[in-house]
Design a protein around this ligand. Structure first.
Ligand SMILES: *[C@@H]1O[C@H](CO)[C@@H](O)[C@H](O)[C@H]1NC(C)=O
Ligand SMILES: *[C@@H]1O[C@H](CO)[C@@H](O)[C@H](O)[C@H]1NC(C)=O
Ligand SMILES: *[C@@H]1O[C@H](CO)[C@@H](O)[C@H](O)[C@H]1NC(C)=O
Ligand SMILES: *[C@@H]1O[C@H](CO)[C@@H](O)[C@H](O)[C@H]1NC(C)=O
Ligand SMILES: *[C@@H]1O[C@H](CO)[C@@H](O)[C@H](O)[C@H]1NC(C)=O
Ligand SMILES: *[C@@H]1O[C@H](CO)[C@@H](O)[C@H](O)[C@H]1NC(C)=O
Length: 618
């Protein structure tokens, strides 16, 4: 019996080629090279001609693309700078090298290897990241008479958009770093170039004097692409006023010069007047606002004022409430009256460092404001008063706030679809703002017509919720179909999609990547590996852990399954291990089996080799 089993296993192995591929996701850095590993096991010796390799990829937009192909004789590279070294195929290496990675390379790669009659494939996710470059001059000069200084940190070429920039100060001769939180203005990361990378400017304004001479101002940047924060610093150098020097030679020089100067005095004065004393009117930009203004998040409105002289200027910010409250009887409801009454001076929320550009001055006034739902339709005004103006220059802008739905999900009733019976799929989008929303259903990419929408109805006074339902008799041809609920709402800045696959066995679990606590393992200290398993049904699931392929029986604990608002179950499984120093890299795997899954799903965590801690007894 046992021998027969071995023989059957041998036959199965003969048809399936075992591949060892890179652990997903592989992170590739923009403009760098990345290698996606795809190694296969060769039983007998093979020649290069006996092997065929194909690499394809699916972009984040779902488009399939060929990347590289080798048919045993010819190679074809469909992406410039993609390469499989065919001379290594006889050693079981079909790894793909991509040079000069760009954002276009992001996606899921499939490696297919054929060594007749064996055949195998594997998928690798490639994420592309770009590490920011941070520019801050190493020294900042300050004339003793000026009372404040603005430091600007320019952060370029990063991806994805989310970035965290903070400022710290360190007194001369001290090692203590003080975080600077007020008067910091960081713009909205924006992307201009064709490469899709982001850039942002962060400024901090500080009141400084001689006592700050030699102080260090540090700009600290945290980004997903960086292992540790990137720091740049600038030293403040205060220039003492120059003492007046008396010197006989100097006096004679001045006397001679004076004679020459007198002759051209009037001409000089005219030029001097035009160049230095004449007034220049400020150029005022319109108010710049971000495309999306989510509630309860800091938003920045910027008004650029440039090229003015003299430097004395007053910039104020005002907010006018939206004109929604109905005026009491007898009062005028004319807009101007209602708005001017509601005006509120919010200049204290702005930071506006003065900068000298040659003989002119400029200010980038940045209002940092955290809007609430009450700010929808409010007007913000930047008002500039300068001696060149008879009346102030005003720049106003209306803002519209958005709130992302607090939750979006699809639920089915009955939860377990039954062939030949009615199935109702409901797409629920809760607690969003504004009210306008569009929900569309698709079956395998084709629009579904029979849809009933409920709402949008009010939810928690200021927000809205909506349900969209499609119901049908579950015929055999609909089994395996993918239903998509497409949600268009201004808070997304784009479209979001939820999918539901008709599976008579239930809803398969989403298995997340393993998270480790602590994130950087330490030899001799307990390491917790957490495998999260979300949104499955029915509540029958099996989770096992493996260490380098062998099953583990101790050290793990499973949570009970909890039911979410979508009616699906979620749970986690925790493995506690104590990494030993000096042991080579090992792999921990969490394997999930569920009736609605065709195959089991595995997630692995690679524990690198750890050095011994400094103090080790025994
Ligand atoms: C594949 O083989 C190469 C070369 O021997 C090796 O560097 C790489 O780590 C291997 N990758 C995997 C996933 O086994
Ligand atoms: C390889 O390609 C060349 C040129 O295309 C062709 O002449 C040759 O016959 C091919 N060899 C094999 C083994 O198919
Ligand atoms: C990499 O790609 C970018 C954009 O496609 C291009 O501008 C640059 O010259 C390339 N660099 C190299 C070394 O090929
Ligand atoms: C310099 O600034 C500090 C605060 O930053 C203040 O306490 C101190 O009085 C100032 N010194 C002078 C001479 O203005
Ligand atoms: C400040 O920057 C210099 C040069 O980049 C660096 O050597 C120094 O360590 C930095 N100091 C701090 C406190 O970050
Ligand atoms: C500030 O420090 C620099 C060098 O450390 C020195 O040359 C300069 O005179 C100092 N300024 C004042 C106002 O003390």
């Amino acid at each position: 019996m046992r021998r027969l089993l071995h023989f059957l296993l041998y036959l199965a192995a003969a048809a399936a080629l075992e591949l060892r591929i890179s652990h997903s996701p592989v992170i590739g850095l923009v403009y760098k090279q990345v290698v996606l590993h795809c190694n296969f096991t060769i039983i007998a010796s093979v020649k290069k001609e006996d092997v065929a390799v194909k690499w394809t990829m699916r972009t984040v937009f779902g488009e399939e693309r060929p990347v590289f192909q080798f048919d045993g004789n010819h190679t074809a590279s469909y992406r410039q700078g993609s390469l499989v070294k065919t001379e290594f195929l006889p050693y079981g290496i079909a790894s793909l090298t991509l040079s000069n990675v760009t954002l276009m390379d992001e996606g899921i790669y499939t490696c297919t290897v054929l060594v007749t009659p064996q055949y195998g494939n594997g998928k690798i996710q490639l994420k592309v990241r770009a590490q920011p470059t941070v520019l801050l001059p190493s020294q900042s000069l300050l004339n003793a008479a000026e009372g404040e200084k603005t430091f600007a940190c320019a952060v370029h070429n990063f991806y994805p958009q989310t970035i965290d920039i903070s400022w710290l100060a360190r007194k001369h001769g001290s090692t203590h770093e003080i975080p600077l939180s007020s008067d910091v203005c960081t713009g909205v990361p924006s992307s201009h170039g064709p490469d899709g990378l982001f850039a942002v400017l962060s400024r901090v304004t500080q009141l400084v004097n001689e006592t700050n001479n030699g102080s260090l101002y540090i700009c600290e940047v945290r980004h997903e692409s960086l292992e540790k924060p990137l720091r740049r610093n600038t030293t403040l150098v205060v220039r003492a006023p120059k003492p007046y020097q008396q010197d006989t030679g100097f006096i004679i020089g001045v006397a001679v010069a004076c004679i020459v100067v007198t002759c051209s005095c009037s001409i000089f004065f005219i030029i001097f007047y035009q160049e230095y004393l004449s007034k220049a009117e400020p150029q005022v930009s319109s108010v710049i606002k971000p495309d999306l203004i989510p509630i309860n998040e800091k938003t920045r409105l910027i008004c650029n004022i440039s090229g003015f002289r003299p430097k004395k200027i007053e910039i104020k910010w005002y907010r006018r409430s939206p004109n929604t409250t109905t005026a009491p009887a007898g009062y005028s409801t004319r807009e101007d009256v209602a708005l001017s009454d509601a005006q509120e001076d919010i200049t204290s929320m702005a930071i506006q460092p003065l900068e000298a550009n040659g003989r002119f001055y400029s200010i980038s006034s940045c209002l940092i404001y955290t809007p609430t739902i009450k700010d929808d339709g409010a007007e913000f005004e930047c008002r500039i008063q300068h001696s060149t103006h008879k009346s102030p220059v005003r720049r106003g802008i209306f803002i519209h706030v958005t709130a992302r739905p607090a939750s979006c999900y699809i639920f089915s009733s009955p939860q377990l679809p039954v062939q030949g019976e009615k199935l109702i799929l409901t797409c629920v989008v809760e607690k969003f703002y504004p009210r306008d929303i569009a929900l569309d259903w698709f079956r395998n990419g084709q629009p579904v017509e029979e849809v009933t929408q409920f709402g949008p109805f009010s939810c928690e006074t200021d927000f809205y919720s909506v349900w969209s339902q499609t119901e049908f008799i579950l015929t055999k041809d609909k089994e395996g179909a993918i239903y998509t609920c497409q949600i268009k709402h201004s808070s997304f800045g784009n479209v979001e999609e939820l999918s539901y696959e008709i599976n008579l066995q239930g809803v398969p679990p989403e298995v997340l990547w393993i998270t480790a606590d602590p994130a950087v393992p330490v030899a001799g200290e307990e390491l917790k590996l957490n495998c999260r398993i979300n949104n499955f049904s029915p509540n029958l699931i099996r989770v096992n852990w493996f260490h380098d392929g062998s099953p583990l029986h101790v050290g793990m604990s499973h949570s009970v399954s909890v039911v979410g608002s979508n009616g699906l179950f979620s749970m986690w499984s925790l493995l506690r291990v104590i990494p030993r120093p000096g042991v080579g890299k090992t792999v921990f795997t969490c394997r999930v089996e569920h009736g609605a899954l065709k195959d089991c799903v595995e997630r692995s965590y690679i524990l690198p080799m750890l050095a011994s801690p400094l103090h080790l007894d025994g």
